[in-house]
Structure formats: C-alpha cells, structure tokens
Ligand binder design. Structure first.
Ligand code: MG
Length: 387
C-alpha cells in the first residue's frame, strides 16, 4: 500500500462578502487529492481536503516541500504498524522533517490540508465515516448521532440594513438553525448596537446570538465594544482583538465579563497554550475555535486538546472554525461542543452534504465512508477534476 501521488490546485471562493477587516474578493483555497494504490469498489481510494476558508491557497509550500517529502518517503514508513492503512501521524512526521520550530503559519495550513486528506483516505480504506475512525482513536469509541450546529452570517453587504439582517436571521431559523452569529465592527458602534439589539429582539434569547469582530479592533474600540456589549450576555463575542495580543484580550475579557470565543487565527498548540495562560479566558465560560486543517491537521489537534485539558479546559469548550464537512467529522469524532455552518456563503466550499439537514439546531452525521465530499456535488465535481 502506498501514496502514488498528491495533487493540489487553488480555487477562487468568488464571494462578495465583507467582515470588519477585509473583503473576500480575492480569497482562494487549496484543494488537495491524496491518491493511493488501494482499490475499493473497483477504483483507487483518493483522499480529499481543502484548506478551509479565510486563508489563501498555499500550493507553493506544498509543491516545494511537503508533497515531495511524502512521495520520496519509503512507502512502509508512512503505514500503521500492521501495514493495513496509512498512518496520518507518520505522514505528519514526514512532512515536518527539516522544519525549524516556530513560524507556524508559513506551513501549518499546507501541512494540515494534506494531513486531513490523508485521513479521508484512511477512513475510506476502513470503510467508515471519518468521525467513527476518530471516535475509535481519540474518544474511546464514543460518537454522537448528531451534533449541535450554529449558523454564521450577518456579513456586511452593500445596501444591507437592519430589515435585511432580520430577514437573513429569519431565513436561517426557518432552515432549522436556532443559534446565529453575526458580524460586528464593520459599522459604527452605535449602528452595531442597533443591529445587535434588533437581532436579539428577533431571536428572543441572548444564548441564541453570538457576534464576531474578526480580530479587527484596536484597544480603544475593543474596550468600547466590551463596555457596550457586556450587558447583552450573548452566546459569545468572537475575536475582539488581534489573536496574539493576549494582554489586550485579557483586558477586554475583564471589562466585557461574558463569554468570548477565539482561536481561529492561532495555528499551533503553543499559541493555544499561550492564549489560555495569558488571554484572561475562563474554562467554564469561554470558547476555543481553532481551525483544524489550518493548524497542522487532526493529529496535532489531538495534542492541542491534551494541552488544553492539562490547563483545565474540556473538549465541550471547543467549537472549531470552518462550517464544512471536515469540521463536522472532527466535532463528532472528538466529542467537541459544536460546529459552525455558513450555508451558501463560500460557493461550493460552504456547508455539508447536499442531503444534510439541520433541525432544531442539530445536524445528523453523514454515513458515507471518509469525509463524504462525494455527497457534496458541486465541490466533488471540482475535486474530481484533479484526478
Ligand atoms: Mg470568526
């Protein structure tokens, strides 16, 4: 058994959205195919992944270092000890050869995307949905039948006012979601207060509304929002500050006094540890939102969870970034708090299988082998072109 080829391509997300900090007009993502010589149902098993959303395609690093390292390795050195499947931990180790500690983002997205595609192949070879494989390996075989899923939205768009925002929330709740996250920081504080109060009025319960500032605030603005928004006791306030400004986050947290969510822009276990040590967060109140394919992948994520646990943080406090099928399996397989969704927002890359349905805020788990991109027609058509 061996990996015969790894291919990658950059695809544009074609989105006109804007958050507090930037627009998505140039956004791309890397799609990866890991081709094996294992045959299932008459065809070679191919593992797929993409590098989530919000970070640009990173094919240059893949082509220059990570793909050649894997293809040059002795095939047996990438297998599990019984030789019956690939071992993602060994593939990760192979890609990390001759990589200097630190400087994570230059490579964590490229490595994580390939690593998740390897997991897709591993689960297909086992003939199980990925979350089952992960539950067996990382959660004592325990897997739920459904996971909590909230919907992200409330982006700023030209001509979109409060009535249009409420229409958007109503449509999402009609689809079956019962918690929604909206953007803040792309308007004035006064306007954002009006948006959030209108949204709160509509959803009727502060636990059903979160806000997301996309790390866009300087100190003055962060503290002004902390002052104005703390009283609403929202589900969480996401990324108020630069992700690495732990001192400012601690100051925000102190003034805000209600749940915070952050971590999608941290790419290493050490950065998460630093956040928990110095960011003023509390394990009974706050939420961690790392993006697994962007931060070295699933094996490294298991190490991050272990480091979090050592600091008193449980898995239920983790709501990973990225409303896609990769995240869905990771949430279910590790027993995390819940999953994000943004249906229809990032073209073919948004959302779950075409037949997936949300009811009362719960998402049933897919039963196709692997991650199941095969059930997501537009995305799978794109992926298949590579092979
Ligand atoms: Mg966010």
């Amino acid at each position: 058994m061996r990996i015969v080829d790894i291919r990658e391509t950059a695809v544009a997300l074609n989105s006109s959205l804007r958050n507090a900090v930037f627009d998505f007009s140039e956004m791309t993502t890397s799609v990866v195919a890991v081709i094996t010589d294992v045959i299932r149902e008459g065809r070679p098993v191919i593992g797929y992944a993409f590098n989530s959303t919000g970070r640009y395609a990173c094919g240059a690093q893949m082509r220059a270092r990570f793909i050649p390292r894997v293809l040059k390795a002795a095939p047996d050195s990438l297998l599990a000890p019984d030789g019956r499947n690939l071992d993602p931990e060994r593939v990760l180790g192979c890609m990390m050869q001759r990589e200097k500690p630190g400087g994570h983002t230059e490579r964590s997205v490229a490595i994580g995307t390939i690593e998740v595609a390897v997991w897709d192949a591993v689960a297909k070879i086992e003939g199980k949905p990925l979350y089952r494989v992960l539950a067996d390996r990382y959660n004592g075989g325990v897997a739920p039948e459904r996971i909590a899923c909230y919907v992200g939205g409330g982006w700023y768009e030209p001509g979109k006012g409060i009535p249009e925002l409420l229409d958007e929330i109503r449509a999402k709740f009609d689809e079956g979601y019962d918690v929604m996250k909206i953007k803040v920081g792309g308007a004035t504080l006064d306007e954002d207060v009006r948006r959030v109060e209108a949204a709160l009025d509509f959803v009727g319960d502060s636990g059903r509304l979160a806000v997301d500032a996309n790390a866009g605030f300087d100190r003055a603005r962060a503290l002004a929002y902390a002052q104005a928004f703390g009283r609403y006791r929202l589900k969480w306030f996401e990324e108020p500050t630069d992700p690495l400004d732990y001192a400012l986050l601690a100051e925000f947290s102190d003034r805000y006094g209600a749940p915070i969510g952050t971590g999608e822009n941290l790419f290493s276990t050490q950065d998460v540890v630093n956040l928990l040590r110095f960011g003023g967060l509390q394990p009974e109140r706050d939420f961690i939102q790392t993006d697994v394919p962007q931060s070295y992948g699933i094996v490294q994520f298991s190490r991050t969870l272990a480091a979090m646990r050592a600091l008193g943080w449980s898995r239920e406090r983790v709501f990973p970034h990225g409303g896609n099928q990769m995240t869905l399996h990771i949430v279910a397989g590790f027993g995390l708090g819940g999953c994000e969704a943004y249906p229809g927002v990032f073209g073919a890359f948004a959302g779950f299988a075409d037949d997936a349905r949300v009811a009362d805020g719960w998402l049933a788990l897919p039963q196709r082998p692997g991650i199941g991109f095969e059930g997501q027609n537009a995305l799978y058509a794109l992926m298949k072109q590579m092979t």
